[in-house]
Design a protein around this ligand. Structure first.
Ligand code: BTN
Length: 348
């Protein structure tokens, strides 16, 4: 389902009052059959939304679903810079917003294409993981950008994107406890609040296609261990109330565009100072994993290309360009060493 049907949107709006409504009432109000209502309810359940049903009373939503609306997102987005969206598309249920944008190629380098989905059936995370994407709850946003630069000039880009998410969250009102775990996990109080998946492909020596995917937990419904196996944070729990995703999406787009434009013009160096403020690994005992290989060290910041710096037990600093970082205590077996196989380099 590329875009949401009008009747499904209207059904959600009625159920948002948190009261029970009978199938007969819903059918009459929306001018569709009771069977069609039942199909919509089933669809929502498949999307991960719990709808309570009681034989004599009907259906009810436990948590309101504030649906995405492009006019509200645009109202909360500031396009005053050189880079602006050629479109902001709202989709219903699709496998992955990143994959969706891969098939859409914008032609200009001054524009980006943006899409958001209410639900992803195969949301993708880093390292081949899946990204839990229940309907109408969180932000699943992708941005396609053609940049007039060779791939080799893009190091640090994923850190810049993480900083733009932080800025959006701060403008939204989150003041404390935000950090970035290299390269781009957004944490709140040590728990993952947002993740970023950047997919880069070279079109030629001078043009690169970048697809940026941002998943931000906003109104995450109660989930089981099978769905998310790591500690996570969600804005509704942090702020003790359901949040309007349209406002947050507008802020995310605004700060993303501003940061991409600055990165295009000045590169990564202009962001180094900001990074220091949010560096989760700085001075912490860290394990960097690349597949089955684990390397241990103490976080020593980043270099001018955005590589991670780790100080080893001899006090030597080495740099790393890829891998998944975690604090020491979270990795139990560190059988293999990474001396030659993680693209390491000694630093001055
Ligand atoms: C991570 O593992 O931390 C990255 C998660 C990225 C999830 C987002 S949701 C929007 C976009 N579409 C996807 O399939 N993945 C990204």
């Amino acid at each position: 389902m590329k875009s949401l049907s009008l009747s499904l949107k209207k059904l959600v709006n009625i159920l948002n009052d948190g009261e029970f409504h009978s199938g007969a009432f819903l059918g009459k109000t929306l001018n569709i059959s009771r069977n069609a209502i039942w199909k919509h309810i089933n669809q929502l359940a498949k999307y991960g939304i719990h709808i309570e049903s009681a034989q004599s009373k009907g259906y009810r939503l436990n948590q309101p679903l504030i649906l995405l609306q492009s006019n509200l997102i645009k109202k909360n987005t500031d396009y005053s810079g050189k880079l602006y969206p050629d479109k902001i598309e709202i989709l219903g249920s699709i496998p992955s917003t990143n994959d969706y944008l891969k098939h859409y190629r914008n032609t200009g380098t001054d524009t980006v294409s943006i899409c958001l989905a209410e639900h992803q059936s195969a949301g993708k995370g880093r390292f081949g993981r899946s990204w839990h994407s229940p309907f109408g709850s969180n932000i699943y946003l992708s941005c396609g950008w053609r940049i007039s630069k060779d791939v080799s000039k893009l190091s640090g880009l994923s850190l810049v994107i993480a900083l733009s998410v932080i800025k959006a969250l701060e403008q939204y009102g989150l003041k404390n406890n935000l950090a970035i775990k290299w390269p781009n996990d957004i944490l709140w109080d040590d728990k993952k609040l947002a993740g970023i998946l950047t997919e880069i492909s070279a079109e030629s020596h001078s043009v690169t296609q970048v697809i940026i995917g941002i998943g931000l937990n906003v109104n995450m419904p109660v989930v089981g261990k099978d769905e998310i196996d790591r500690p996570f944070a969600s804005l509704n729990n942090i702020l003790n109330a359901p949040q309007d995703r349209n406002i947050i999406a507008g802020l995310l787009i605004t700060h993303l565009l501003q940061s991409l434009e600055k990165f295009d013009e000045y590169g990564f160096t202009g962001f180094m100072k900001q990074w220091k403020q949010y560096d989760y690994l700085l001075n912490k005992k860290t394990t960097l994993s690349v597949g089955k290989i684990h390397v241990k060290g103490t976080g020593a910041g980043i270099d001018e290309q955005g590589h991670l710096l780790l100080r080893d037990s001899h006090g030597e600093i080495k740099k790393y360009s890829a891998g998944e970082a975690s604090l020491h205590s979270s990795i139990k077996n560190t059988s293999a060493s990474c001396e030659n196989s993680c693209s390491t380099e000694k630093v001055g």
